[in-house]
Design a protein around this ligand. Structure first.
Ligand code: AQP
Length: 333
């Protein structure tokens, strides 16, 4: 029997991933792939993305770009299952079943639903409301033990666990109860212009707030140079200094240094030089990823092949669980 831990996570193709997505999630995805003890499954969660209106042609392109970016970041489609959620009908099937084991009151408490409802007041659809149930289905379908996520997804993961525990209490040991996996730093990257709010793909309040993984080096540097700082002149992480704290944690997530070490390194530096050095560290981190992404974007046949083969593998991997769940609830399967 395979005793490896199953790791599952996904990202929405709602825009180009940013530094928050990278430091909060994607960077950890790659390191988990490298662990001998893990089987990794990472999905482009296109079904989640239509909870907000999408332009079909743009969505198709963004899905492809996101999948190529996964590979550019170091995910190896031979080792890791990388696929589109909509290629595997079992996600939707399990989601429907789990909807019937999730209470309205639970979904009503979800802060992401409240935030997104405010932002998309003209389109508060049922999919947006039951988004966490589809996320639970994604995770439970593959028997995932660990789910690498940023801090903003914590509430959804807790609901996923509650649904799984409830289902198991009725039908026996069907689902693995998953745990969240957080990196040491970068679990909540804030906007560079609004350090009180998380950096978010679909929320570009101002251009400079978000650093895209594909921003050119000069653009990255200029965004960091213009990043909002706080009063005083000391480079120290503290709740009174949200701008500096955010920049320090980005720097540490990229360089692997501890906050204490970075504070020592920057003691005596001015804000200007500090911001430039953070920007330069980010540029160096992104450089090889951007080069690989460019090469992959030019290799259409390779990406098509990954999409086809991994889609088939994902359907195969999902089959056992969906059959089991259908039988448990009394369906023919
Ligand atoms: N600012 C962030 N800091 C750290 N981690 C973050 N994540 C998102 N923003 C930050 C993590 O990225 C993963 C993928 O997220 P998603 O695409 O499923 O959707 P999201 O969490 O809603 O991300 P965005 O960027 O805010 O997208 P939109 O604007 O479309 O909703 C998740 O693991 C998340 O925790």
């Amino acid at each position: 029997m395979d005793s490896k831990k199953i790791i599952f996570s996904g990202m929405q193709p709602t825009g180009l991933p940013h530094l928050g997505n990278y430091l909060g999630a994607l960077k950890n995805w790659v390191s988990l792939q490298e662990s001998e003890e893990c089987n990794t499954i990472y999905c482009v969660v296109d079904m989640h993305s239509i909870t907000v209106r999408q332009n079909p042609a743009e969505l198709r392109k963004r899905c492809r770009d996101l999948l190529a970016l996964y590979i550019a970041l170091g995910l190896d489609p031979e080792k890791t299952l990388i696929y589109y959620q909509s290629q595997v009908p079992a996600h939707a099937e399990l989601s429907w079943i789990l909807n019937c084991y999730t209470y309205m009151g639970e979904l009503n408490r979800m802060t992401q639903f409240k935030e997104k409802s405010l932002k998309h007041a003209d389109n508060i659809n049922a999919g947006l409301f039951s988004y966490p149930v589809l996320m639970a289905a994604d995770i439970l379908l593959y028997g995932a033990h660990l789910v690498p996520i940023g801090d903003d997804q914590k509430q959804h993961l807790e609901l996923c666990r509650d649904i799984a525990i409830r289902f198991n209490s009725i039908y026996g040991d069907v689902f693995v109860i998953p745990d969240a996996y957080y990196g040491k730093t970068g679990t909540r990257v804030m906007g560079l212009q609004e350090p009180s709010k998380k950096m978010s793909k679909s929320e570009m309040a101002s251009e400079g707030n978000l650093v895209s993984l594909l921003d050119k080096p000069e653009v990255v540097l200029s965004k960091f140079k213009k990043a909002v700082t706080d009063s005083g002149s000391e480079i120290k992480a503290s709740p009174e200094k949200p701008g500096i704290t955010n920049l320090l944690s980005i720097y540490c997530a990229v360089t692997g240094k501890s906050i204490e070490q970075a504070e020592v390194d920057f003691s005596g530096s001015g804000y200007g030089s500090f911001k430039t050095q953070v920007g330069e560290a980010v540029v160096e981190e992104l450089r090889p990823i951007q080069k690989k992404f460019k090469d992959l974007s030019e290799d259409k046949a390779y990406i098509d092949d990954v999409i086809r083969k991994n889609g088939e593998r994902a359907n195969e991997a999902a089959r056992k669980m969906i059959v089991k769940v259908k039988r448990k609830v009394g369906f023919f399967a």
